[in-house]
Design a protein around this ligand. Structure first.
Ligand SMILES: Cc1cc2nc3c(=O)[nH]c(=O)nc-3n(C[C@H](O)[C@H](O)[C@H](O)COP(=O)(O)O)c2cc1C
Length: 331
């Protein structure tokens, strides 16, 4: 590492009203980060989780999941990219975090929210919410292993099967030296059931001195406004809403500046979908890209009924070329 702090340093983290692009495995990869951060409004994004089990992963595993490590850990639009790790063993998490930081990651985020049964059975993700002291050990070990200018953050849910310990978990993260905490306002038992419990974030926000970043169900500018008012948080992380409404962060920025904010028209979004397909198809086989395009159409349909129509007409199309042609007709 050189002498200069990385682009997403602790100073950046302390700036208010941040909007972060959430990690989403199988959805928010390099291509989607590139596309969404070009549209703008995001202060940082987080990679899909790197699963750490019992050893330090090879450098190539990090470069595969976070190609931005080759471009100073920034997307083409200049947005910093934080690497997320998932695992339950403090020492091996610390070793991996040190490597990711040495490769230039803009920050290290620790995943304590993943609800996957397989992951939880192996001692990672949300199951750790049952043991705040282990979370503290992991965060502290990672903090010690990573150079001071590189932020270490944690992403939690409110708890595993109840939310009674949400504050204790958040305090454990703070005590361990984290720079900020993201709280997905649901327990693991809540799954993705709406609505997210933004009111549960307020006592955490009031008790902690580090930034508490609100996450869950921010799908519109109005949701953003309500989430801030209810949670008391200044900063947010957006996942599904960011993919379902590709200019949501930019709309929020306009709202903050007192400017009118309308979602992009479908005629502007359809070419983005085609563009993503073409970009991905340079290195990824047709079938996988086709699956990703269908997945994106499903996520877009809440805001764009045209996406639903495209999905319905295109779901049985066997080739990517046919799908992109269909999207072209719908522009
Ligand atoms: C398909 C999918 C993949 C996800 N992958 C991750 C992940 O890799 N790491 C993580 O911390 N959270 C992951 N999440 C959770 C999101 O980051 C976020 O906390 C959750 O979706 C709630 O926020 P939202 O309502 O803005 O989407 C994932 C969620 C979804 C739906």
């Amino acid at each position: 590492m050189g002498d200069n702090p990385p682009p997403f340093c602790n100073e950046v983290l302390r700036k208010t009203m941040k909007i972060l692009l959430a990690p989403m495995e199988g959805v928010v990869d390099w291509y989607m980060r590139d596309l969404l951060t070009r549209i703008g409004g995001y202060d940082a994004c987080v990679t899909e989780f790197v699963r750490v089990v019992d050893k330090c992963l090879p450098e190539k595993a990090y470069r595969r999941l976070c190609p931005e490590l080759g471009t100073a850990a920034k997307t083409a639009a200049g947005t910093p990219v934080v690497v997320q790790l998932l695992g339950g063993e403090a020492a091996v998490m610390a070793e991996n975090a040190a490597l990711a930081a040495a490769l230039g990651a803009a920050g290290i985020d620790l995943n304590f929210g993943c609800p996957s049964k397989v992951v939880n059975r192996n001692g990672g993700g949300a199951v750790l919410l049952k043991e705040p002291e282990r979370i503290q050990q992991i965060v502290a070990a990672v903090r010690t292993a990573v150079p001071a200018p590189v932020p270490v953050t944690a992403k939690i849910r409110l708890g595993f099967d109840h939310a009674d310990d949400a504050l204790a978990i958040a305090r454990a993260v703070e005590r361990a030296g984290a720079s900020a905490i993201v709280v997905h306002a649901r327990t693991r038992a809540d799954g993705y059931k709406a609505p997210a419990r933004w009111q549960m974030l307020r006592p955490i926000r009031e008790a902690l001195t580090i930034p508490v970043i609100a996450n869950g169900d921010i799908n519109s500018v109005e949701d953003y406004r309500r989430c801030l008012a209810i949670s008391g948080c200044d900063d947010v992380m957006i996942g599904r809403g960011a993919v379902g409404c590709p200019d949501l962060a930019r709309q929020i920025r306009r709202y903050q500046g007192g400017q009118p904010c309308q979602p992009l028209a479908w005629a502007e979004v359809a070419p983005l979908v085609v563009g993503l397909a073409q970009q991905m198809n340079r290195t990824i086989e047709d079938k996988l890209v086709l699956g990703r395009i269908k997945q994106w159409l499903v996520m877009l349909k809440k805001v764009y009924p045209q996406a639903q129509r495209c999905f319905d007409q295109g779901r049985r199309l066997p080739t990517l070329a046919q799908m992109t042609a269909l999207l072209g007709q719908h522009e």
